[in-house]
Design a binder for this molecule. Structure first.
Ligand SMILES: [Zn+2]
Length: 516
């Protein structure tokens, strides 16, 4: 019996050890800093300061090294950079306190009050804790404590995620009974208001892939073995960026010192241009460029010289630098503009947008002027434009205009000639409706979503290959009359109830009417 109890105890220890044990309170106030579907969400890099506090025994022994901290920064950047969040090591200090070194949750407040840097997320590294592997002060906060042996696992990113407004993927489920929140439905239908409030993380009840759940057990905010905690989803990234944009608590942790590449926004053929990266610690920098650029000479740990790949290159250049675990990309336009038109029409009017010929944002090409010139037309088509937008129109759907468009930047002028014409009518689903317009007079209306209006023109219908037909059938089932037009006068027929069947192409309506 004793052996059995011991085995169960051992099993429990193994289970606990194999998962994240997180001490972050899960019953805090739920804060959303922006509608997560907000399309105006900006994608500029956000740099945050993280201040490291290495806790040692009271006599100054123990504690991790600065190199260990560098590895934590690298690991955090490898998880956060893809969401355009960059982690900056804002400094390392030491706290000698045996109660903090081998600690428990009752010391949490005292630990995070020590050497606290108000302009950083404060990251305390302790030797052991009897309650958890890591804890953030609360969800949205500037303080977290991690046990050293977990600091180079996903637990560090997990607790930092809590600081930046992420909840557990199983938040509100029975696995967090006192959260005061609601569980996400298995189909995710309530994903905006329950669970972790993030819609691209599958519902999770911390029961694995059972009971109908199919959770992502490699998500950093799940309870999985630390080695499995791999990534944040893109909407978790958005939620963190929104918190960094909007949370008053987090405003002061942002920095502009994460580095990044600086240089010209446009380079012209045969001209070399230098791009720099701030690298005060002279870490090794790994540079690369895309196929629109070529490297001149040998890059250093602070700069790279590039030029256009060929004398006719016209496209987006990308310079990439990897430094201390962070990857920075810099976009520079190479050469003359690369333009194309995009037409949007659902009638005889055409919107013309000038777009990038290679799919990126046209405003990145350094374009300082455009011209729009009509060089030919048919069927009285008209067209023109200015800047990046133009228009075309004509009396019907069968006109054309030949437009010459030029765009210039500091490298030169690009000219394109395009024939503008409205899109042909689409496979629009017409619907029919029979309406009474006066005593014993009826009208069949075609509701045509392509024209944007109801079509009732009799002459138009009779001249088409498939005109409207309307059959008048009496209550004995005998066809009394047939009309090949959409308005019909029934005054000459006997009074009483009839059936009218209106047919247009494959559409048919059947309606009972009374001739008075
Ligand atoms: Zn947690």
């Amino acid at each position: 019996m004793k052996k059995f109890t011991f085995l169960i105890l051992l099993l429990m220890i193994i289970v606990v050890k194999s998962q994240v044990t997180c001490g972050t309170p899960q019953n805090g106030i739920v804060q959303g800093f922006r509608d997560i579907n907000n399309t105006n969400y900006s994608n500029t890099p956000i740099c945050i300061n993280v201040q490291f506090h290495i806790v040692r025994d009271s006599n100054g022994s123990g504690g991790v090294s600065n190199a260990f901290v560098d590895q934590i920064v690298n690991l955090l950047n490898s998880k956060f950079n893809q969401h355009n969040i960059y982690i900056r090591n804002a400094g390392v200090d030491y706290i000698n306190n045996s109660n903090f070194y081998n600690t428990n949750d009752s010391y949490f407040s005292s630990i995070v009050a020590t050497n606290n840097n108000p302009n950083a997320i404060n990251f305390y590294l302790v030797n052991s804790c009897s309650n958890w592997a890591g804890r953030a002060e609360q969800i949205v906060s500037r303080n977290l404590v991690i046990v050293n042996s977990y600091a180079q696992t996903g637990v560090s990113a997990h607790e930092l995620g809590h600081c930046i407004n992420l909840w557990h993927t199983f938040h509100g489920s029975p696995a967090e009974p006192s959260s005061g929140s609601c569980a996400e439905a298995i189909n995710g239908s309530n994903c905006n208001s329950c669970g972790d409030y993030v819609c691209d993380t599958p519902a999770d009840a911390n029961v694995g892939a059972t009971q109908g759940y199919n959770p992502d057990l490699t998500n950093i905010m799940s309870y999985s073995p630390p080695a499995n905690l791999d990534h944040f989803t893109s909407l978790q990234g958005v939620r963190m960026r929104d918190a960094l944009d909007g949370s008053p608590v987090l405003q002061q942790v942002k920095s502009n010192l994460c580095g990044g590449i600086t240089g010209e926004s446009i380079i012209c053929p045969n001209i070399s241009s230098t791009f720099s990266i701030s690298n005060p610690n002279n870490y090794q920098v790994f540079w690369s460029v895309n196929s629109n650029l070529s490297v001149v000479g040998t890059p250093t740990n602070s700069s790279i010289v590039v030029k256009s790949a060929t004398s006719t290159t016209s496209g987006m250049g990308v310079i990439t630098a990897t430094i201390n675990g962070s990857t920075f990309n810099y976009q520079v336009w190479v050469g003359k503009p690369n333009i194309e038109v995009q037409l949007n029409s659902n009638s005889n009017y055409v919107d013309i947008d000038l777009i990038s010929g290679e799919g990126n944002n046209i405003t990145l090409q350094g374009i300082n002027s455009t011209t729009w010139t009509k060089t030919a037309s048919t069927n009285n088509g008209q067209a023109g434009g200015s800047g990046f937008s133009g228009f075309g129109h004509g009396p019907n759907l069968y006109w054309t205009v030949t437009l010459k468009i030029t765009a210039s930047n500091s490298c030169g002028t690009t000219e394109i000639t395009r024939v503008i014409t409205p899109a042909p009518p689409g496979p629009c689903n017409e619907t029919l409706k029979l309406t009474k317009i006066s005593k014993n007079n009826y009208e069949a209306i075609i509701i045509d979503p392509c024209s944007g209006s109801n079509t009732t023109s009799t002459s138009k219908q009779i001249n088409t290959d498939n005109p409207i037909t309307a059959e008048l059938i009496n209550m004995s089932g005998v066809r009394v009359a047939i009309f090949n037009k959409n308005k019909f006068d029934l005054n000459k027929y006997n009074k009483g109830y009839y059936i009218i069947v209106v047919t247009k192409n494959s559409k048919k309506i059947v309606q009972k009417i009374l001739i008075e």
